[in-house]
Write a protein that binds this ligand. Structure first.
Ligand code: GTP
Ligand code: SPV
Ligand code: MN
Length: 593
């Protein structure tokens, strides 16, 4: 399809639902131009040139970082805004206690005023996109209308965007209706509103990732979780990874860790030398759509086709596959820039350069107490850049999942690894997961909060109903995945991490794979199955065995206190708290004395 600058009414598009909706919102937002994105390489080049000439993107040194650019966002707009994110269901109770709620009528009226005339002097980009593998029965189409060229270029990396999405949509009216405007970025005029019952999202006043790329958290998690409950599947904040053993057998796992708690790193993990002959494949690093297929197993597709990953902490040592992925055709957001036009962030290999331009464009000197890169600075790249990208990324059926893993950021209490007794106990472990807050969302850092299945900010309906839906999924499966809990972040009394993490997490994954295969016994505790002492393969790991023991310890007093502290969280769920989870808590408490 040719690049179109013509008003929609002159376009030759065949889908009247789409054209009349675009016309209606163009009349509201009043852009000077409407550009229908076709997703072509030529279009990418034209939009990139435009973004560079308007200062939205800074070109990086093409010798070091071919085809790569830096974007600096407004300093008040560097992370998801959970306080300004709303679920606009007809009934407030359907949004539940973990979501902000606004009535649909109020939200449409309030945001309608903000959108009115908001794109004067600007271009409205029409971005048709598909979430999910091409031709998959599980894929969903969305269309995002935005005035941000950064969003258009990011959506091209993160989704299957342009002509192929229009073809997938055909003449159907079944698509997510997304409207986004950057506005003046004032937090007083920032709202990210979801209308699950209308399959629509209106986002105003932020240009940042999860607030503005509507295919990601808005459609693929909040709206999709709502659709999943209605249609009998699950939309989850999970990475998907395949571990191929030296005999060529691949075990697939999906893991839910809250934002900035290690999904991208685990999904791209390179195993230590001890695991010679193993190959790890990344299917996805953030979102999994889980469906039961006719074989009675749970299968996962990654609805995305790119990564929007945390930059700080990413190095050749911690995540070599990510470093290779960002070496060309990458968009960076809020990282620091070197004098030579390269990028830098805290935790990158080697010493920091003597001088940098920090994420806000200011000069920065080595030894400065300020961070050069914003703690939630990110890279955006196509998944195909990853040397470990799974060939099943485009598989319409996805991959069969043998284990589900839940992991929060917990300085204490939660052991390195624990296997649930059964599905309901596993759902309990996920539903009661807690994690210390990170820079991925605005608000305080390091506060412990309950984050059910790492979905607290992303569940598009009542979280109690969501937990019940998880419990109900068991009946649809003949071979449900085994459920595990992990914690890479336990600390000693001095505050030092007990477990080295990153690639060494392979040692824990190997135990999980062996447990799933049924080739390994385990130790039963009142709280679940854990490795026998000495059972975890630590060959070649340069760390005192006592520290690993401390990381793995199951301490009755700590776990009992944690179960007791669940009371107010469960009380908040009121009559939507599944009975099975309430009983699980009492059962565990009764055994923990
Ligand atoms: P979102 O994209 O926000 O959903 O984050 P994510 O879950 O993909 O987290 P990511 O893998 O980007 O890691 C976030 C931060 O945690 C980075 O600074 C990592 O360096 C750090 N991290 C990741 N894995 C580990 C680990 O195993 N141990 C420790 N100590 N830190 C880790
Ligand atoms: C997260 O915060 O979980 C992310 C980044 O993956 S964002 O797309 O901004 O939500
Ligand atoms: Mn995420």
């Amino acid at each position: 399809m040719a690049n179109r600058e013509a008003p929609v009414s002159e376009s030759k598009l065949q889908n009247p639902h789409l054209t009349s909706w675009v016309d209606e919102l163009a009349r509201l937002c009043k852009p000077d131009r409407v550009h229908w994105c076709d997703g072509s390489e030529g279009e990418r080049q034209r939009l990139t040139a435009l973004a560079v000439s308007s200062g939205v993107l800074l070109p990086l040194d093409p010798a070091q970082y071919p085809n790569s650019f830096l974007h600096r966002s407004n300093p008040n707009d560097v992370a998801r805004s959970e306080q300004l994110t709303f679920i606009c269901s007809k009934n407030q109770a359907d949004a539940g206690p973990t979501n902000n709620w606004m009535s649909p009528a109020e939200a449409y009226a309030k945001l309608g005023k903000l959108f009115d005339g908001s794109m004067r002097g600007r271009t409205l980009y029409v971005i048709p996109y598909v979430m999910g593998p091409p031709g998959s029965e599980f894929a969903k189409v969305g269309v995002e209308l935005t005035d941000s060229v950064y969003v258009a270029l990011s959506m091209r990396l993160m989704t299957r965007m342009g002509s192929e999405a229009l073809e997938a949509l055909g003449s159907s009216a079944d698509f997510n209706h997304g409207l986004h405007c950057t506005g003046d970025l004032s937090p007083e005029r920032r709202f990210i509103c979801h209308f699950p019952e209308d399959n629509a999202v209106w986002s105003f006043g932020s240009g940042y990732g999860g607030n503005a790329l509507l295919g990601k958290k808005c459609l693929a998690l909040r709206i999709a979780s709502y659709l999943g409950r209605r249609e009998g599947w699950l939309a989850e904040h999970m990475l998907i990874l395949g571990a191929e053993d030296p005999e060529g057998r691949t075990t697939y796992v999906a893991a839910a860790f809250p934002s900035a708690c290690g999904k991208t790193n685990f999904a791209m993990m390179v195993p230590p030398a001890r695991f010679k002959g193993w190959k790890l494949w990344t299917v996805g690093d953030d979102i999994a759509w889980l469906h039961v297929r006719p074989d009675g197993k749970l299968w996962a597709v990654n609805p995305e086709r790119g990564y929007f990953g945390v930059a700080p902490g990413t190095s050749l040592k911690s995540n070599p596959n990510a470093m290779k992925s960002v070496s060309h055709d990458a968009l960076f957001t809020n990282v620091a820039m070197t004098k030579e036009g390269g990028v830098w962030w805290e935790g990158m290999d080697g010493d920091p350069p003597d001088e940098l331009i920090d994420w806000q464009g200011r000069p920065w000197k080595k030894g400065s107490p300020e961070k050069a890169a914003q703690p939630n600075s990110r890279f955006t790249v196509a998944a195909s850049n990853n040397p470990a990208c799974s060939p099943h990324l485009d598989d319409p059926h996805g991959v069969p999942i043998s284990a589900l893993i839940f992991g929060g950021r917990r300085s204490s209490t939660v052991p390195l690894v624990l296997q649930s007794f059964n599905w309901a106990h596993g759902v309990f472990l996920g539903a009661t997961m807690a994690s210390e807050t990170t820079a991925a969302a605005g608000g305080k850092l390091g506060e412990l909060r309950r984050d059910p299945m790492a979905m607290r900010p992303f569940c598009g309906y009542n979280v109690g109903d969501y937990m019940q839906h998880w419990l109900d999924m068991q009946r649809r499966m003949v071979a449900p995945p085994k459920i595990f809990q992990v914690n890479w972040f336990r600390r000693d009394k001095e505050g030092a991490l007990l477990w080295p993490g990153y690639g060494e997490n392979m040692r824990v994954l190997k135990w999980i794979i062996d447990r799933v295969a049924g080739t390994l016994n385990a130790r039963e505790t009142p709280f679940g199955w854990v490795p026998h002492p000495g059972q975890l393969d630590l060959t070649g790991l340069d760390i005192a065995p006592e520290r690993v023991e401390q990381a793995m310890a199951v301490r009755d007093d700590e776990l009992r206190a944690d179960l007791e502290s669940l009371a107010p969280f469960f009380a908040d769920l009121g009559d939507r708290l599944p009975e099975a989870l309430s009983f699980q808590r009492h059962l565990l408490l009764s055994r923990a004395r």
